[in-house]
Ligand binder design. Sequence first.
Ligand code: IYR
Length: 243
Amino acid sequence: MTTGDDSAQTPHIPVPLEFQRISADESLQRSRDFLETMRTRRSIRHFSPEPVQYEIIANAVATAGTAPSGANQQPWTFVVISDQSTKDQIRQAAENTERDFYERRISEEWRGALRPLGTDHQKPHLSDAPYLVVVFEHPFGLEFDEKGEEVKRKHYYAQESVGIAVGLFIASITNAGLCCLTHTPSPMIFLRDLLERPRNERPFVVIPVGYPADDATVPAHASEKKPLDEILIHVSSLNESEQ
Ligand code: IYR
């Protein structure tokens, strides 16, 4: 494969780290406050159409853009949609693919896993939410060489990198007091053509963002998160009392 990657030519230039140290007490307080905020997060499927300031969404994308990524290649694009007719088109196309999923392609096991969520092929959230953010992963880069020919650039850990960036996006949205949903229409390749993205971009997730509708409901079971002692294993030489 040809590669337009010129990063191999970029030397390593170490510069002093800029780091603002805060007190241990402040660290603890901030971590507790952030945990409390994130514990309020619920994925919602009933959005109010009321508007949301664009800068909140742009700031969430900028926050996502601070994510670490393989070789700092930042293999992502965030398409922010507030145009009603584009949202309507996405809803229509998503409902078409989802209808086929729920009626034909879904396995019995998968149907069972989704039952507590109460989902079906109807996706009103895609047209009701004030914003749809469609995240694209770049499994490889496309660049032009000095002859003007298109060349592929290998990307490392693209999927993991985009997953981390989406996590930061969701944290920013939650911290700003808004709600969202991570929605993956199955299949969702239609989004590449509909949003006129290049062939090296793969739809990763659709995230409606906004305020909940007044009558929004959520599945009871989905607020149950595993207790810390089930997800955290601390390998330490200290006794528990010393931790
Ligand atoms: N994409 C479908 C099905 C679906 C799949 C999973 I995994 C979910 O956590 C929720 C839904 C849909 O959006 O309805």
